[in-house]
Design a protein around this ligand. Sequence first.
Ligand SMILES: Nc1ncnc2c1ncn2[C@@H]1O[C@H](COP(=O)(O)OP(=O)(O)O[C@H]2O[C@H](CO)[C@@H](O)[C@H](O)[C@H]2O)[C@@H](O)[C@H]1O
Length: 480
Amino acid sequence: MSLQVLSVASEAVPWVKTGGLADVAGALPAALAPHGVAMTAMIPGYRDVLGRLGKRPRTAHKWPDLFGGPARLLAKDGMLVLDAPHLFDRPGRPYGDDAGHDWPDNWRRFAAFARAAADVAGGAAKGLRFDLLHAHDWQAGLAPAYLRFAPVRPGAAPVASVMTIHNMAFQGYFPAEIFPQLGLPKQAWAMDGVEYHGGVGLLKAGLESASAITTVSPTYAREIRQPDFGMGLDGLIRSRAAQVHGIVNGIDTAEWDPARDPALVQRFDAASLAGRAANRAALEAEFGLAASEGPLFIVVSRLTWQKGMDVLLEALDHLVWLGGRLALLGTGDAALEAGFHAAAARHPGRIGVRIGYDEALSHRMQAGGDAILVPSRFEPCGLTQLYGLRYGCVPVVARTGGLADTVIDANVAALAIGAATGIQFDGITVPALKGALDRALALWHAPEDWQAVQRAGMAQDFSWHRSAGAYAALYRRILG
Ligand SMILES: Nc1ncnc2c1ncn2[C@@H]1O[C@H](COP(=O)(O)OP(=O)(O)O[C@H]2O[C@H](CO)[C@@H](O)[C@H](O)[C@H]2O)[C@@H](O)[C@H]1O
């Protein structure tokens, strides 16, 4: 019989997405099915999600009072949605208002979500049975802690859990005053419980309590043992090193398939790379860029410090000087948004900027761009370089985290054996990035090498199959 796993995440495609977590949480259930794992995803009932649930979802469970109001568990198409209007039915975004301020009650919203998930995994909802709970990021971090410290059925065999870190920078840290309201027993207030630097750490609680920890690439799993990357939790990661696993993300190869993608002006594959030209011309028109002999770089990213966007800004004059152009799509820090607008004004026809979130445009950019820039300071896995590889858009990436694990640098040896798939550089500094751009231009001016790199990237298998198998094996190991 299949293993029954409850996946608990604050976002999942196609329902709600602010970043890569949604891609992964959305893809895992289908990816795990061939490995004998029946995964059910549980997400919060944000207003948009409820609006799109359609008619007559089944009510699978009710809580008369879940952290201050009634709540229901809705089941629809194999997915579970926590309908708790006092926590999730409001305008704005999943974690904050439209102006970008976090909701002040985020601790309560996600403690309730985690409590409900632990209840469901523990067998509270009639007809739903689970062998294991898989929690993603801080928003689900308390779920393993509830299973450990306050199970719905005290005395029953504890439900096993996995805690996945998609980004160590977001830890869900709240003041100590919330602790008495979490419904956890006193012994949970401990170094190896939820206490963290005198407050409550939601991700920390999950990392201490889960049966195993995963992160989304082997290199990041190693990096977070170091203070620079562990961001305060490196000691914990070192102490649990035997239970920490790096499993690289896959991508949805049906959604991201240049031979079938409905968003593209012209579809193509590795044998018909010339088909990219029409996509490139369309992209130039869309971004107001002048045609040129040089490569068209793209960026699809949150505009943040993590993504090295401040460093990129400082390298843009060099990029243009080299004969390159840039089309950028992203949202994030106001100062960075303003900086990219200013760069576009300084280099009309050379730099085009679109501030916003646009899924279809991101597909057109991967199809029409020549190279994608990912100069992240840290990157647990990264998905946009994987989309780039699949679309023949050569990744130029920092050698960190999942970027180090998924791109093969076009050094002389790798080029000689046809293995190179992109360009990597060390250290997120302006000179290092400029050096990478110099190398990209040199490769661009050797068209045979460039195309070999494109084709080698497109030949890689980044489907979920292997990684889903690794998750399935981990679940089985935990359950003995
Ligand atoms: N303006 C925009 N318009 C359209 N689409 C946009 C967009 N900005 C971003 N995206 C899309 O959002 C996703 C971002 O995923 P990433 O993995 O690159 O980073 P993120 O930091 O969000 O995820 C975290 O979790 C994921 C999943 O584990 C890790 O890969 C990653 O390293 C970690 O930081 C991609 O699908 C990208 O195409």
